[in-house]
Design a binder for this molecule. Sequence first.
Ligand SMILES: Nc1ncnc2c1ncn2[C@@H]1O[C@H](COP(=O)(O)OP(=O)(O)OP(=O)(O)O)[C@@H](O)[C@H]1O
Length: 238
Amino acid sequence: MSAQPVVQVEDLDVYYGTSQILFGVGLSVRQGETMALLGRNGAGKSTTMKAIMGLAPAHRGRVTLRGQVVSGMRPHHIARAGLGFVPEDRQIFPEHTVEDNLVIGQKKGPDGEDEWSIRRVYDVFPLLEPLRHRIAGRLSGGEQQMLAIARTLMGNPVLLLLDEPSEGLAPIIVQRIGELLRQLRGTGATVLIAEQNMHFCLGLASHATVIDKGQIVYTSSIEELKANDNIRQRYLAL
Ligand SMILES: Nc1ncnc2c1ncn2[C@@H]1O[C@H](COP(=O)(O)OP(=O)(O)OP(=O)(O)O)[C@@H](O)[C@H]1O
């Protein structure tokens, strides 16, 4: 494991208009870690993800990707620096087939990485292969979520950002997405997942950071969070 974090967020303040949403948010994710950013509805998870991706303006603080300061850069430059973002609304190309979506997503990583091929995606996401000729817009929500993750991986990101991947999906599908993300962790991918559904993350993340009212209140390994009833009840109980 390398000592330098893949992504480091320091002292981030974000405002929407005059209301401050994030207060000095800091977190870091190291190579091969799956970090869960947990918090209740409205705690600031999506805003943190958007700020990392350059989609919400940081008034203070900085985001560093493998040592390169990316805060202040435009979102497409941040993507080119190796950040793969799967937003809450998934953003696949609904009129194209599954395989065309994967082809559209295919590009080398910032250092020429090309470890993700269509073949490898189908190996890691076996449920997608039989759907390869289906029109993406006609897939179920869970299938679309898998496709959105797979398409982003085709861009060989150094960090994958997932915003609420379990949202709006039936429990059995959430379980499948969870299995897939666990498998992805086994491939050595570095992932940051924003989730309201703590139980979804407990089985797949290696680390957790808890956000409440725009502030990070707790960071630990997933085992420590599992053992900490106080934190779970105080910040994560519905
Ligand atoms: N575009 C916006 N303009 C103004 N306020 C916003 C905007 N987007 C979010 N907010 C506010 O910022 C706060 C944090 O929202 P955010 O979406 O980051 O929370 P979240 O933890 O991701 O919750 P959710 O689970 O609902 O997505 C909330 O109070 C929300 O109302």
